[in-house]
Design a binder for this molecule. Structure first.
Ligand SMILES: [Zn+2]
Ligand SMILES: [Zn+2]
Length: 280
């Protein structure tokens, strides 16, 4: 059975996240290790860290993943913005390493009018640069597939593979598969044939062994819309079937599957329960 859970707040301190997750029925949680809308994250004290680690055990949370700040663009063509993005991403690696979090999920980046290829190259260079700045870390960096909205890159498996191929540290890179993003990007996983075809392509192009985390979201926009609008499971253009198929897919049996559906944190409890009940 996969590790089903959701994104939870670190309000009041990172040490509060595990209990929030447990209350909602999570086996895995995703957190921001700092305010996701600010460049400079607040440092985490050793006391908070120690409390957080003991809370993970007490609340039986089996996996924690972090998500980077929405401001970061590791593919930016502007040198100032790129430097700020890299600095902020390095701090994310440092905080996640300090918290013993194994995976950072991040949006690859945006080309801002300069074209996909330039951004893909810059992103690979940014990842090398950032990993080299935190030499003691073994945290894995997971490229999240995007919807391809605006100038975002990473909406095709070939683009994610391109970044991995240009990295000097490919062993540290993996992929986070967001169902809404993939669907909006044109991968029609909502029906059985499209589902099989999509994951076969993923395996052929990237390799399923690189797929480490799922984001489970329905989509408010149709397949191929290139618009990133999450919906609650079963309420969007995707429907429930794909999510029941995913949680029972033996290829993904032990992977974290994280909800990022809209609404207050409390609503996650019902979706998590429905997914767990669907596991055979
Ligand atoms: Zn996501
Ligand atoms: Zn999204």
């Amino acid at each position: 059975m996969p590790l089903i859970g959701c994104h939870v707040s670190i309000g009041g301190g990172v040490q509060n996240a595990p209990e929030r997750g447990k209350t909602l029925g999570c086996d895995a949680i995703q957190i921001f290790t700092a305010n996701q809308m600010q460049w400079k994250g607040a440092p985490i004290s050793a006391e908070s860290r120690d409390k957080y680690i003991s809370e993970i055990g007490e609340n039986d949370i089996k996996m924690v993943v972090s998500h980077d700040s929405y401001l970061i663009n590791l593919g930016s063509p502007e040198s100032v913005k790129l430097a700020m993005s890299r600095k902020s991403f390095i701090e994310e690696i440092e905080r996640s390493t300090f918290l013993k979090i194994p995976y950072i999920v991040f949006h690859p980046g945006s080309h801002m009018g300069k074209g996909d290829d330039a951004a893909l190259q810059t992103i690979a260079e940014s990842l090398d640069y950032c990993m080299e700045k935190v030499p003691g870390s073994d945290v894995s960096l997971l490229l999240e597939i995007t919807a391809g909205q605006g100038t975002n890159v990473g909406y095709k498996f070939e683009q994610l593979k391109n970044i991995i191929d240009h990295s000097s540290y490919p062993d540290r890179l993996g992929v986070c598969f967001d169902t809404c993003h993939a669907f909006a990007a044109g991968y029609n996983i909502a029906n059985e044939a499209g589902y099989s075809d999509t994951f076969q392509k993923f395996d052929d192009i990237i390799g399923l062994d690189r797929l480490k985390v799922f984001h489970l979201n329905d989509s408010k926009k149709p397949v191929g819309s290139r618009v990133d609008r999450h919906h609650r499971l079963g309420e969007g253009f995707m429907g429930w079937e794909v999510f029941y198929r995913l949680v029972n897919d033996e290829h993904f049996a032990n992977l974290p599957m994280i909800l990022e559906t809209p609404g207050d944190e409390e609503h996650y409890g019902g979706e998590i329960q429905l997914l767990k009940n669907a596991c055979k």
